[in-house]
Write a protein that binds this ligand. Structure first.
Ligand code: HEM
Length: 167
């Protein structure tokens, strides 16, 4: 098996993981957590956030690393004319959408997740005070809206990757 095939296998597996995670979170998990309320959402988010952050961080590094390596291999010697074809534009759009998702995810979503986890931990074993419940609701709302932005960016990256070869 050649290097390109290996890179593609890693790239697609990690791409499926990232896109699948966002599809599951935004379409299935978040609407249910909203209905179940902060007493369930808080402990669950604080339990999954550390693992999610690590797994997503690793996945983005693998995606950008393998993706950039594939572009360099597939267009070696013709990088200057990358944007002459739709394929090159699809790659640039995919890269920008991926990097924007990293900024939204790690710059905004992760700090909000940490705050939510801290608050969730501080109200373990007792009902939250009205102020705590309100803050938890505000943080959960922010997480939901940032996740939706990231969902759009990840879907954009995935769609441009999949359609690249037909452009
Ligand atoms: C969320 C981020 C990303 C996802 C979900 C993703 C997903 C995918 C998928 C599913 C494919 C297979 C498409 C096919 O074989 O038809 C692919 C191909 C590819 N991706 Fe990505 N990708 C992502 C980010 C990136 C980034 C940042 C780069 C770097 C510029 C990149 C470069 C490539 C390249 C060069 C190919 C091969 C295209 C071809 O053979 O025509 N990807 N990607």
């Amino acid at each position: 098996m050649d290097t390109l095939a290996l890179l593609r296998i890693f790239h697609v597996i990690f791409g499926i993981f990232v896109a699948g995670t966002y599809l599951f979170m935004v379409l299935i998990l978040e609407p249910r957590l909203k209905r179940l309320g902060p007493t369930v959402a808080g402990p669950l988010m604080s339990s999954i956030s550390p693992a999610m952050t690590a797994a997503m961080g690793l996945s983005f590094v693998v995606l950008v690393g393998t993706g950039t390596a594939m572009v360099l291999i597939l267009r070696s010697g013709s990088l200057m004319t990358l944007l002459d074809a739709g394929w090159g534009w699809a790659m640039v759009l995919g890269l920008i959408a991926t990097l924007a998702a990293v900024v939204v995810g790690f710059g905004l979503l992760t700090p909000t997740g940490i705050k939510t986890a801290k608050l969730g931990n501080s109200i373990k074993g007792r009902p939250p005070t009205p102020a705590e419940a309100q803050e938890m609701g505000r943080l959960s709302g922010r997480i939901a809206s940032l996740s939706r932005w990231n969902f759009v960016l990840i879907m954009l990256a995935t769609a441009s990757m999949i359609s690249a070869r037909y452009l």
